[in-house]
Design a protein around this ligand. Sequence first.
Ligand code: NDP
Ligand code: HSE
Length: 438
Amino acid sequence: MKPVNIGILGLGTVGSGTARVLQDNAQEISRRLGRDIHIAAVCHRSEEKARQICPDAVFVQDPFALVARDDVDVVVELFGGTGVAKEAVIKAIEHGKHVVTANKKLLAEYGNEIFPLAEQKNVMVQFEAAVAGGIPIIKALREGLAANNIRSIAGIINGTSNFILTEMREKGSNFADVLQKAQELGYAEADPTFDIEGHDAGHKITIMSALAFGTPVSFESCYLEGISKLESRDIKYAEELGYRVKLLGITRKTDKGIELRVHPTLIPECRLLANVNGVMNAVRVDADMVGETLYYGAGAGALPTASAVVADIIDIGRLITAGTGNRVPHLAFQPSQVKAQPMLPMDDITSSYYLRVQAQDEPGVLGRIANLLAQEGVSIEALIQKGVIDGTLAEIVILTHSTIEKNVKTAMNAIQALKEVKSPIVMIRMESLNGQNG
Ligand code: NDP
Ligand code: HSE
């Protein structure tokens, strides 16, 4: 089948990430889409850099020439801002091109102009990457929660601010140093005051508010207060009282109207949102039928954001082709591409383990237990003796590094057989859930 031909405007952090995702995951993407995605043309200030990143694409100096090209079906706008980006998106739509953009500023401020134009021209404007980077929150709000009346949304939706607050709290780092680090890591906007003064979070909560409540985008109604005036003593006092301070975007439907605001907020430390750290984002949606749902993931950075950009291109690729084969497949992949794969028995899974052993409190017992684990190649991450029961039994807690389950079971059997071990060993699997096979 003919590929989906795209033209990319801007090969900065997100643009170059998009090219990389399309290249690295080309096979998996076409298994899902049923056709390839081809970067037909790119526009960037440096031709040399463009040729390095996208060697097979036509280099086009003028963005307005790119959006008019016959060999471009979808324009991917990754310039940012509301200058050339806005004009180029409008021209692209007028030329009958579908648009994918990560530009929340553009949509929060000019969505009421852009969406009706796209509807008039029968093209799609997709913008998953514009809110919370790699988290598919737009899809959740538009599709997954479609059966609900949404009551409120609260989110940590500016990775740069959250990164700064986290580094200040955990390492006592200085505001300016952390901001510079966020810029170097590609998280911050071209003008980082957008991040720290709440504008970026305001753009994102404005878009989500419109999707949640079926209203036009209304950025001018959004209250904005950033983190630049926060003092570390307040963060510390809040902590002593059991709270964390987070920059939240909040929108809520009330009898009187819709609340739309961004400001630093104390959250009880037991809440999941209070424990969202670094550049990570999280959005909590409260809806009448499903109740509370929470979406968590990387809110910025080249590859997470590109993941959302490419998902939008795939969606457009499915929707522009007639025929049932191009609807979202039931099992996510094209039916002909659904293939059985080996399923692992529990003995072969990889995990970390929490082991609790009750043994007689005598010299050498700990050593023997550690030895038996070592014999099976099980490495200990932490080992503590948690007090003595009845004056004779020691309770030993062991955390292991990641290992194969059958090795742990063999070691456990050997430990259980020691005469000093008195009751059945308790084993609980542990997952680091760190996104790296965790
Ligand atoms: P970058 O500044 O890294 O990339 C933008 C690129 O576009 C730059 O290389 C810039 O060149 C180029 N560009 C801008 N205008 C023109 C023009 N008129 N002609 C030619 N080249 C141009 O930004 P990001 O990739 O970080 O952001 C892109 C968009 O994605 C923004 O809307 C941003 O809000 C959004 N976004 C970014 C995320 C991130 O983690 N970075 C996450 C989610 C969304 P030059 O530098 O020379 O101006
Ligand atoms: N500057 C933004 C942030 C990028 O820090 O979250 C993602 O939109």
